[in-house]
Design a binder for this molecule. Sequence first.
Ligand SMILES: Nc1ncnc2c1ncn2[C@@H]1O[C@H](COP(=O)(O)OP(=O)(O)O)[C@@H](O)[C@H]1O
Ligand SMILES: [Mg+2]
Length: 226
Amino acid sequence: MIRLQNIEKVYRTDTVETLAINGISLDVAKGEFLSIMGPSGCGKSTLLNIMGLLDEPSKGNIKIDEQDISRFSDQKLAKFRNQKLGFIFQSYHLINDLRVLDNVELPLLYRNSSAKERKILATAALEKVGLSNRLKHFPTQLSGGQRQRVAIARAIVGNPQIILADEPTGNLDSAMGNEIMDILINLNKNEGTTIVMVTHDESMAHKTHRLVRLFDGSQFNNQKLC
Ligand SMILES: Nc1ncnc2c1ncn2[C@@H]1O[C@H](COP(=O)(O)OP(=O)(O)O)[C@@H](O)[C@H]1O
Ligand SMILES: [Mg+2]
């Protein structure tokens, strides 16, 4: 589903050059749940952003669902990203002055759905994450775990084949973290969604199919878990 070939990423400022990703090749199969671990600053977010087409590699090749995205125009890339990929971040990235339902509808605004259709789809996504009773709340009126569930609803509302999650349980206590993890596991199992998750938590990683460990921008371990 995702194929990275010899990916390099160099960040340049006036004085410093950082090699954030140093020659990574990685395949993620359709329906796989992959976790990525590694020390802070080793390139996990950079790699996830490259997979999610939010950032371009300095070198190397990316294929998503067998399509070579390097040939895509910016417009085609934006559409592709909107339809194929859902993102979840550690700090939720919700818009605080929009109600829960409106936050979840956001990805659909870039499609040609009617207001009625958007509402139906967003309500269904919120039902899947167990938040049907919070549609009219604002994010600031919710707990961390509930906010992350809204973020998951927003990520899945467009029915993406791939979900990329950057430390989705990083700001949550273990009970709330486990709830989030259960939602992701069910999405993977029941809908066949391919998931790549960065985590600091060994116990979360060990609930996934495979664990890739990064160190200083390189992959040094690739462990099949089940
Ligand atoms: N926009 C940027 N500009 C310059 N350096 C960056 C930028 N983003 C990340 N880096 C550097 O790239 C390396 C990898 O960062 P990151 O992918 O965020 O690591 P991780 O998510 O594993 O903590 C770090 O050394 C970081 O300082
Ligand atoms: Mg990071």
